[in-house]
Design a protein around this ligand. Structure first.
Ligand SMILES: NC(=O)c1ccc[n+]([C@@H]2O[C@H](COP(=O)([O-])OP(=O)(O)OC[C@H]3O[C@@H](n4cnc5c(N)ncnc54)[C@H](OP(=O)(O)O)[C@@H]3O)[C@@H](O)[C@H]2O)c1
Length: 259
């Protein structure tokens, strides 16, 4: 792993290079929100409907190092439907968190809306990690009036007052739960909801050295009803650039609005 910017340094150990992410302070009144995504050189976040083909070994380790720095890890239900994943960190990184006086695992949030989520995924199996499913008011996982949910989930479940959980509502719940930082791991629709709510502070972007030339979703899906940034893009600053073989690891910071 080479650091290309700042302070160019060759042959860094991956773990050593990312031991301290030095996260910025959270905006007033809400958690810090970052997204971590991998795309092809032509900007696609899916290959044949999944992300697996874009994931290299260094990228997978880096994903876990990023998770280590955050209080919470969030994923959209569409990603769980497409992929089978955990949101945990491995034992060595859990021990590092515990040594620093933090819970060994970040709390995992699954952000769903109107439809059923697949409970046969690994996300549901790792009982040592605190996990919360966030669902919409009409979800089959939401209790009905004075009746249990049609399909109760085996983890703590937050029910939003709206059909799709609003990002502002969710950020308030997270703040009330003591979450100071959340790393979103997609997918593009979830990322778009956070950008539309002007709640996106950092982007960790892996560029896989590949081209696919499809209309697959990009890192952030088009914002429904039009993006406020279409005529004047939100500008960010480059925090760091690393390289491993042909892969690039970029970190950007954006000034987002406080609630
Ligand atoms: N390249 C990468 O790094 C990466 C990372 C993650 C995922 N992916 C890929 O991305 C794809 C999945 O992404 P996706 O965009 O389809 O799904 P997604 O963002 O994972 O999930 C979308 C779902 O979130 C729920 N939701 C909750 N609140 C919402 C809100 N306020 N606005 C909109 N939706 C809300 C809805 O669930 P309901 O359907 O229940 O209403 C919606 O269908 C897969 O192909 C996956 O492999 C790639």
């Amino acid at each position: 792993m080479d650091r290309l910017w700042p302070d160019p340094t060759a042959d860094l150990d991956l773990d050593a290079a990312f031991t301290d992410l030095a996260l910025p302070a959270a905006p007033q009144g809400r958690p810090l929100v970052a997204i971590n995504m991998v795309t092809t050189v032509d900007g696609r976040a899916q290959v044949a409907g999944k992300a697996d083909a874009l994931s290299s070994r260094p990228d997978r380790r880096l994903m876990r190092l990023y998770r280590t720095a955050f209080d919470a890890v969030g994923s959209g239900a569409g990603t769980l439907r497409a992929d089978d994943f955990y949101s945990r960190v491995p034992d060595d990184l859990a021990a590092r968190r515990a040594d620093a006086g933090r819970p060994p695992q970040p709390t995992a949030y699954l952000i769903a809306g109107r439809s059923a989520v697949p409970t046969d995924r690994r996300w549901f199996t790792y009982a040592e990690q605190p996990r919360v499913a966030v669902v919409g008011s009409r979800s089959p996982h939401a209790p009905r009036k004075e009746a249990p949910a049609d399909m109760p989930l085996p983890v703590e479940t937050w029910v939003a007052p709206t059909e799709l959980p609003g990002v502002r509502w969710l950020l308030e719940r997270l703040t009330a739960a003591g979450v100071g930082s959340i790393l979103l791991e997609g997918g593009p629709t979830t990322n778009a909801a956070f950008l539309a709510a002007d709640a996106l502070d950092e982007v960790y972007w892996t560029v896989d050295a590949s081209l696919v030339g499809t209309d697959a979703l990009s890192m952030i899906a088009p914002i429904p009803d039009g993006s406020p940034w279409a005529p004047s893009p939100r500008r960010g600053t480059l925090v760091s650039v690393h390289r491993s073989d042909d892969e690039l690891f970029l970190r950007y910071r954006f000034e987002s609005a406080a609630p």
